[in-house]
Design a protein around this ligand. Structure first.
Ligand SMILES: Cc1cc2nc3c(=O)[nH]c(=O)nc-3n(C[C@H](O)[C@H](O)[C@H](O)COP(=O)(O)OP(=O)(O)OC[C@H]3O[C@@H](n4cnc5c(N)ncnc54)[C@H](O)[C@@H]3O)c2cc1C
Length: 299
């Protein structure tokens, strides 16, 4: 079913009887070409692009809870391409371009809002670092605007510029940065992958791997054993634990990132604003809640 304004109007006038579930609820088959563990944004988009770009549709996504119920459904919704280091920055630059065409591609409203993201800086040294970052962004083809203190004041007049422990020297504005509802992104990819024949299996936890002659031949799950020619682990913070079931020790560790959201308030914050002397940032959701994120490390 194609979603459109006309469809909403038509369904509204005819009793809303025509809406269909956004994806099927199939029982797992005994075997797939590819099994993807994890029904978050990355697992579902992997399934979608395997089907769309590579014609591989004999694919199952196995999710232990419900689709989009992991990190992707509880994050602070920021999308941006304001990274500095090579490798990392190209990755985000490409992703931001994908975000810009995603709603049309998936025929799904992910509430993508390019409201601009401002990184505040609080010292001369930090200004130098942000100038370098901004130049790197521009060289890569992304957008960056250096704001002095008055420039920040014009855009963010509600900030305290006077009696602060870390005075605001200026900011780096990334106009194409903003927010998007990541859980809707998961559902958009789920719907589009399902339409291309991918089986999305919820409430199906992978509990072990079937390894034969040193090669993964399938997975054990709470809904039975499933054979697979290829298995992808796409489980974010659970990566080390799931890989350990296959005897792999990954050279990574998971860290906690916290978010909190207030009750709905009148619109007060137009941008995404990031404090420069720690990992702390804020935006306002379309429902009005102030969305805060913070961690003890920089990501
Ligand atoms: C508080 C917070 C704020 C964040 N803010 C932002 C932000 O503003 N912008 C941004 O871009 N990113 C943000 N992130 C990061 C972003 O949310 C994640 O990088 C992204 O959602 C990860 O997607 P994923 O599909 O890899 O993982 P997830 O969405 O976590 O999906 C992994 C799935 O694997 C499933 N799973 C795990 N183990 C098993 C198993 N054994 N069997 C079957 N299924 C299993 C889980 O149930 C889960 O649904 C934030 C993260 C957090 C925690």
């Amino acid at each position: 079913m194609r979603y459109s304004g006309f469809r909403v109007l038509w369904e509204g006038l005819t009793g809303n009887g025509g809406w269909k579930p956004a994806w099927r609820d199939p029982a797992p088959k005994a075997e797939y070409d590819v099994v993807i563990i994890g029904g978050g944004g990355h697992g579902l988009s992997t399934a979608y692009y395997l089907a769309k770009n590579h014609g591989i549709t004999d694919v199952a996504v196995l999710e232990k809870g419900y689709l989009g119920g992991g990190n992707v459904g509880r994050n602070t919704t920021i999308v941006r391409a304001n990274y500095f280091l090579p490798g990392n920055s190209e990755f985000y630059s490409h992703s931001l371009k994908l975000w810009e065409g995603l709603e049309r591609e998936l025929n799904y409203n992910v509430m993508h809002s390019q409201r601009g993201l401002i990184n505040l800086f609080h010292s001369d040294g930090q200004r130098d670092a942000f100038v370098r970052r901004g130049n790197a962004m521009i060289n890569r083809g992304d957008d960056a605007v250096l704001l002095d203190r008055e420039g920040v004041r014009r855009l963010l007049p509600y900030l305290d510029f006077e009696n602060t422990r870390f005075p605001i020297y200026g900011g780096l504005l990334h106009p194409r940065g903003g927010t998007a509802r990541h859980d809707a992104v998961a559902w958009g990819y789920a719907r589009a992958a399902d339409a291309r024949g991918v089986d999305l299996i919820q409430n199906c936890e992978v509990t072990g791997f079937d390894i034969r002659h040193g090669k993964v031949a399938g997975v054990r799950t709470t809904r039975g054993e499933i054979r697979a020619r290829r298995v992808a682990i796409v489980v974010a913070g659970r990566s080390s634990q799931v890989a350990a079931m296959a005897g792999l020790r990954l050279p990574i560790e998971s860290h906690i990132l916290q978010a909190f959201v207030t009750e709905g308030l009148k619109p007060v914050i137009d941008h995404v604003v990031s404090f420069g002397m720690g990992h702390f940032y804020i935006s306002q959701s379309d429902k009005g809640g102030l969305v805060f994120g913070l961690s003890l490390i920089h990501i």
